[in-house]
Design a protein around this ligand. Structure first.
Ligand code: MN
Ligand code: MN
Length: 284
């Protein structure tokens, strides 16, 4: 991910990882709700929807962490520890990114405060839990828009464009689930805030592919009943809503941030690592 380092943007993006409305919160809310779901056989499409969306959120954590790592890559100056290579970071971003971490993503919000298990809501009442999830996705959208407004860094904005679209799918899915249960047309409230994804040029490449109408099914055998809820047309532009068996198109393999000697990461000289790797390989 070659780009200019931006520790201040990395700090703001942390809100989308470990903040109240961040990806750790969406993952853990839907995970606990699915683990604790009582009487799930009777209302399987709703159980499938929550459990399947939880699975997608795990991928979002990886994406946001990779973005933070990209924004921190190159933030140190030089390799010599005695030359104060981290001096230039003073007063920028979150000091824990380099004091406790090796210039990597933290499980914290933008203030450096740890993600909190009290962000997980699971009343057991399906309508209330789905209403909470609808609120959570829209709170997440608000936070993403605020971060978008705070940075024009292309790496941050590319990630935001993708997550605007995927978060929009989740908000609509919960709205449709609530409509099935209660008859209330919750989707009329969307989008919240009242700014369409098409206002963001970084989202357009994904809406052009119809990704705002696709709910990916993350298991070959499970979650098949989501198609009972995710059907019909997108309320904003009429795109057909479809369940796709399999993963979204990949933007490449797992992120692989380069080493950084200023924070002793990974800690050994490249020659030493090569020697150790060769020793391990010779055992195979
Ligand atoms: Mn997400
Ligand atoms: Mn989501």
């Amino acid at each position: 991910m070659p780009s200019e380092p931006d520790p201040d943007a990395a700090a703001n993006v942390q809100e989308l990882l470990g903040g109240r409305f961040g990806e750790m919160s969406t993952l853990m809310n839907y995970t606990y709700q699915s683990f604790n779901f009582r009487g799930r056989k009777k209302v399987k499409p709703f159980y499938d929807l929550i459990a399947n969306i939880a699975t997608e959120e795990l991928g979002h954590i990886e994406l946001v962490a990779a973005t933070i790592n990209g924004l921190l890559t190159g933030a140190s100056e030089g390799d010599e520890v005695t030359d104060a290579p981290l001096k230039g970071l003073k007063g920028k971003g979150i000091p824990h990114h380099y004091i406790n971490n090796g210039l990597g993503a933290l499980a914290t919000n933008s203030l450096g405060k740890g993600w909190n298990g009290e962000y997980v809501f699971n009343s057991g009442d399906l309508v209330l839990d789905l209403l909470h999830n609808f609120f959570l996705e829209n709170g997440a959208r608000m936070a993403k828009i605020r971060v978008y407004e705070s940075t024009d860094h292309p790496v941050a904005r590319q990630m935001l464009g993708y997550l605007f679209v995927r978060g929009g799918v989740h908000a609509l899915a919960y709205a449709k689930a609530l409509e099935e249960l209660t008859g209330v047309d919750v989707k009329k409230m969307l989008p919240i805030p009242k700014i369409p994804d098409s206002a963001f040029k970084e989202a357009k490449q994904f809406t052009d592919k119809g990704m705002h109408g696709k709910l990916y099914r993350f298991s070959p055998e499970d979650f098949k009943d989501i198609s009972a809820i995710w059907r019909g047309e997108h309320p904003i532009d009429g795109t057909p809503l479809e369940v796709v068996d399999g993963l979204p198109e990949s933007a490449g393999g797992p992120a692989d941030p380069p080493e950084d000697k200023a924070v002793s990461s990974p800690g050994l000289h490249p020659e030493e690592l090569q020697e150790i790797a060769q020793r391990l390989i010779s055992r195979l």
